[in-house]
Design a protein around this ligand. Structure first.
Ligand code: BEZ
Ligand code: FE
Length: 645
């Protein structure tokens, strides 16, 4: 049975978009009529806006809030509060402004309305941290807890992504430490886990689209929940470390939280494996500390204390300060332990939780042995590729705690991929394509000159030695579709015509199948080999390409389904072009406005290869009689010289 004492913090919370407009109403609700508005200097415009909204209820503003709540700044603000005879404070901003508000409230007893613009969370806690002479002290009192919190999602839309990340991880730290606090209770546990889930999902979406209201709302809600945890239970080693680093070494608050959190988690993991397992579960990862580190680094957030400006020679002092004091933490805080933690955080190492240290050491030895087994390979390239492959595969196994069942499944998957592969069905190419590996190789090995036409993946449907056809021929072999007249020119990068180039073309039919997928078809269709004429031109009839699904009845299709990905390729025409003295070009032309252009399942679309295929009417260029509309494609391929200049 779990025993606990639960005390909730009384606060009035408004949450929504545009809620700042309700400031005056909230002030009146508190029977206040002389508000001092607080902001930092950088957010003085918000102070002006608040004063406007409050009208005669605004007595004045103090726009000098500063990080770590220095008592000297509080004294200045206090003088203004007294001079104006203020009867409440309205704080708009992040943790610094909220800190000032609390510092004033605890000295005057004035009620506070706090409007957070970051994910600091301190607006819902009765805790105040202040700095005096470089030393940060923390105290807790009911008078410190703000009476009203107005969450206005609109105010967070402009929070720059880097700040959103650090502020968001700062909030996450409250939730993490709440889960192993001595006073932890079931309500706080649920709030904490919900907060971590919301924040970890919202931050990547914010990085992608900082103005997305829903993601911003999720992050702000996560911050509120995390702050509520912080206000209900005590914090441990992580917060102590951050206060020390901030107060004594002037490191920035949210950034420091962001760097330290994964390391503090790794330190405590041994003592609270169950908490780490629950956090890992909501993060959808095997190892919670590593997952937090990975989240931060994927979002380009700070990962090292060195990067934040902490000098290496200050590490020992920091360890001494943070290790010295006694405070509740699930694992005993030792000087050596803290020193090692800080060293890892200073270097920005990806943490490995202690529970895995033993197998990790053995694994390193094993990996080294396997890598060394390639030392004798005569071809240095073979040696390098095999060694690196082994290192990465072992790392993959370790980082994901791969189980035997999972590895057996992977081997079965690859086996089925091989068994399905044949001359006409290349499941391995499909796998490479759908994992983006083909496009990655293409990106790094081709398209290197700005003047030449970009390349694109070959795909599995090219057949060696397509039927040679004369210029103007129809490659559709009578298959149904909207007629397409293609007229392309093959030139060098300087625009000079390349006659006698070999131009292979291939495409799918109207139903999305290549001829090799249609066993009843008699001979090749929708593929051909042309030669460019004296002007470097190739012309032919075919049909307008349409979007089509890649073959989905094999392991690759299963993989896409398991990932909830669609199977479709954007409509395109394939080309493989060779000319003497030129690099061979394998590419595709995509129909402008075609479906799936932004989500091509093989990641093959490049902007420069999206081309208009306009609808035409009337006579065709070669006088062919057509009943309905037809489309045309006009394009110039520029081939790079054989040896890049
Ligand atoms: C294709 O365009 O033919 C293709 C490319 C990659 C995978 C499947 C099909
Ligand atoms: Fe294709």
């Amino acid at each position: 049975m779990r025993e606990f004492t639960y005390v909730s913090q009384a606060a009035r919370v408004l949450f929504g978009a545009g809620t700042l407009a309700r400031l005056r109403e909230e002030l009146e609700r508190l029977s206040c009529s002389r508000a001092v508005v607080l902001t930092t200097a950088g957010q003085a415009d918000l102070a002006a806006r608040a004063r406007e909204l409050l009208g005669p209820l605004a007595a004045g503003a103090f726009t000098g809030a500063a990080m770590h709540t220095p008592t000297a700044v509080t004294e200045q603000a206090l003088a203004l509060v007294r001079e104006l005879g203020a009867d409440c404070v309205v704080a708009i901003g992040g943790g610094s402004t909220t800190g000032l508000s609390k510092a004033l409230a605890v000295r005057t007893g004035l009620p506070q309305i706090v409007v957070p613009t970051t994910y600091a969370g301190s607006e819902v806690t009765p805790v105040l941290g202040e700095t005096d002479n470089g030393v940060k002290t923390t105290r807790s009192s009911p008078a410190i807890l703000p009476e009203t919190v107005v969450y206005d999602v609109d105010l967070t839309l402009g929070l720059p992504v880097p700040l959103s990340v650090t502020s968001g991880v700062n909030a996450m730290a409250h939730a993490v430490e709440a889960l192993y606090a001595p006073q932890a209770d079931p309500v706080t546990d649920e709030l904490a886990l919900r907060s971590i889930a919301l924040m970890s999902a919202a931050l990547p979406r914010i990085a992608e689209d900082p103005a997305d209201l829903e993601s911003r709302a999720d992050a702000l809600q996560a911050a509120w929940l995390a702050g509520t945890c912080l206000g209900t239970v005590g914090m441990g080693l992580h917060h102590k470390l951050c206060h020390t680093l901030g107060g004594s070494f002037g490191l920035p608050h949210a950034e420091t939280h962001t760097v330290v959190l994964p390391h503090a988690m790794a330190y405590n993991a041994r003592a609270v494996p169950d908490v780490m397992r629950r956090i890992a579960e909501v993060l959808g990862a095997a190892d919670a500390p590593a997952a937090v580190y990975d989240l931060v680094s994927a979002l380009h957030g700070p990962v090292s204390l060195g990067g934040l400006g902490l000098r290496e020679e200050d590490l020992a002092k920091a360890a001494e300060l943070a290790g010295g004091a006694s405070y509740p933490n699930p694992r005993e805080v030792t000087a050596d332990g803290v020193a090692a933690l800080l060293r890892d955080a200073w270097e920005g190492r990806r943490p490995a939780s202690e529970s895995r240290a033993l197998p990790t050491t053995a694994l390193r030895t094993l990996t080294d042995q396997v890598v060394a087994s390639f030392d004798g390979a005569p071809d240095p390239r073979v040696r390098r590729l095999l060694a690196d492959l082994v290192r990465r595969l072992h790392g993959f196994v370790a980082d994901n705690d791969l189980t035997e069942d999972e590895w057996r499944y992977a081997i079965g998957f690859l086996t089925r991929t091989g068994q399905l592969s044949s001359d006409t069905r290349q499941e391995f190419i499909l796998l490479s394509d759908t994992l983006g590996v083909s496009s990655a190789v293409d990106l790094l090995t081709n398209s290197r000159t700005a003047e030449s036409t970009p390349s694109a993946v070959l795909g599995p449907f090219y057949v060696e030695g397509p039927p040679p056809l004369p210029g103007g021929a129809d490659i559709s072999q009578g298959l149904a579709g909207t007629p397409l007249w293609t007229s392309v020119r093959i030139t060098g990068t300087d625009g000079t015509a390349l006659p006698d180039a070999v131009v292979d073309v291939w495409q799918s039919n109207d139903d999305g199948f290549y001829d090799v997928q249609l066993p009843d078809l008699d001979g090749p269709a929708l593929r051909a080999r042309f030669r460019s004429d004296a002007e470097g031109r190739v012309e032919f009839w075919s049909i307008l390409p349409s979007a089509y699904p890649i073959p989905g009845d094999g392991p690759v299709g299963q993989m896409l389904d398991a990932a909830g990905r669609h199977h479709y390729r954007a409509p395109h025409l394939h080309f493989m072009i060779s000319a003497p003295g030129r690099q061979r070009l394998i590419t595709q032309l995509f129909v402008a406005g075609g479906a799936y252009q932004d989500s091509d399942t093989v990641f093959g679309v490049k902007d420069a290869l999206i081309v208009d295929f306009p609808e035409r009417g009337g006579p065709t260029p070669d006088g062919r009689a057509l009943d309905g509309p037809w489309h045309s494609l006009d394009y110039t391929f520029r081939l790079a010289p054989e040896t890049p200049r």
